[in-house]
Write a protein that binds this ligand. Structure first.
Ligand SMILES: O=C(O)CCC(=O)C(=O)O
Ligand SMILES: [Fe+2]
Length: 390
């Protein structure tokens, strides 16, 4: 251990205090949903079983290397294409290439202008993204048809190279995530394409996306080695740390802030609106991390989602041969990005639509004299619906 100034004199903190959420079955899922709705976040422990975490981590680490090679090949192809189009000119491949798209505005772009999606070379890890508890929680929050809009396999918190000062430990980087990241990942007037979209303030009181941080070890996550900072309940506040008129210092601690602890293999899930921040890692080990953002079908994803912090493209794609090897559940999450695939509405949305259609064609009418408009809470509606579905 390097000598460092630390608020935490005991780096072997227990990784987790009990959340009070019961394990297994309906009660467990209800616990996560309640936490997401009230606090804005939850942690699902052990989505990757303890004895499989190392394999998933190795897969992500080697996948990162493969992706670098893929991207270099894509880059060369783009340069070749530009050479063909403008023979003789000096060609390069900086992101300004996208400035010229107004002359050929086909969107979304195809490879090699689209970049390979990070998930394409991390196929062992990828399967956990469709773990039953993850899908159940995401569908309950966002609706039956969910998709993964952003995949960033390079979200590790790395050990500091130099001793960390108290000032550094006090520094935060509060933000909410796409589509509620008000910086929209960096637009400017010279490069108008460089804008991934941001919901206007005040944010509607709707959960539009779930950000997930996958903690892949090797150590359990604690405040000492990169446990994500979060402000519970902040999804309901009309202000935002990056709100230009909100007077919040995005770099300073916020009363009520809280740091996540969780065993390796767990997933931190939050409503994209929740204020959160990365944390310095005071340990000697990389806190290997992957970030994925789940969103419903209606969120504009293929045009305004993929300019994530890892990439410089308006679209990513999953090669067909990779997609074919995905499990059916994982395919549903990435079909919108798969080469040559059409994304149709998923079975849950289809069956609800069939039920709605059957009402439209029904000859029976019961009348509406029982109806008091505005007289039912969402909780009552949900409880009645679950009784009718049994
Ligand atoms: O790595 C973390 O703990 C948080 C990452 C994060 O906030 C992000 O990728 O948007
Ligand atoms: Fe974030």
């Amino acid at each position: 251990m390097t000598t460092q100034t630390s608020f935490y004199k005991h780096p072997d903190l227990p990784y987790s205090i009990s959340t009070g959420i019961s394990e297994h079955g309906h009660a467990e899922i209800e616990g996560y949903l309640k936490s997401l709705r009230v606090q804005g976040f939850c942690v699902i422990d052990g989505v990757i079983p303890e004895d499989e975490v190392a394999m998933a981590r190795e897969n992500v680490l080697s996948g990162r290397q493969l992706l670098q090679k893929d991207r270099e090949l894509e880059r060369r192809k783009r340069i070749d294409l530009e050479h063909q189009a403008n023979s003789g000119d000096d060609q390069n491949d900086n992101p300004n290439r996208l400035d010229n798209w107004h002359s050929n505005p086909a969107r979304p772009p195809l490879p090699p202008h689209a970049e390979i999606c990070d998930i394409s070379r991390c196929e062992v890890f990828a399967e956990y993204l469709a773990a039953p508890r993850m899908i159940e929680v995401a569908r309950a929050m966002l609706g039956p048809h969910i998709r993964i809009m952003q995949t960033e396999v390079n979200k590790s918190s790395r050990p500091a190279r130099k001793p960390i000062s108290e000032d550094q430990l006090r520094r935060r980087g509060w933000h909410s995530d796409w589509p509620h990241d008000l910086t929209a990942y960096g637009p400017n007037t010279d490069q108008p394409w460089k804008h991934c979209g941001a919901v206007a303030q005040p944010f509607p009181d709707v959960c539009m996306a779930l950000s997930t941080v996958w903690y892949l070890g090797p150590e359990d996550v604690t405040p000492f080695n990169g446990g994500t900072w979060v402000v519970p309940g902040s999804q309901k506040d009309p202000r935002n740390p990056r709100g230009p008129d909100d007077g919040i210092d995005q770099w300073s601690p916020i009363p009520g802030e809280f740091q996540i602890s969780a065993p390796a293999g767990s997933v931190y899930i939050q409503d994209s609106r929740v204020w959160h921040s990365t944390t310095l890692n005071q340990s000697d080990y990389e806190r290997t991390g992957v970030v994925c953002r789940y969103a419903p079908w209606w969120l504009s994803g293929n045009e305004f989602a993929n300019l994530h912090s890892g990439g410089h493209t308006l679209r990513t794609y999953v090669p067909q041969d990779v997609y074919q090897k995905f499990s059916p559940e994982l395919q549903l999450l990435y079909r919108h990005l798969a080469e040559g695939e059409m994304d149709t509405l998923q079975p849950g949305s289809q069956s609800d639509a069939v039920r709605a259609q059957s009402l439209r064609h029904s000859e029976e009418t019961a009348g509406n004299s029982h109806l008091v408009v505005g007289g039912m809470s969402i909780e009552e509606w949900e409880s009645r619906r679950s009784q009718r579905k049994i």
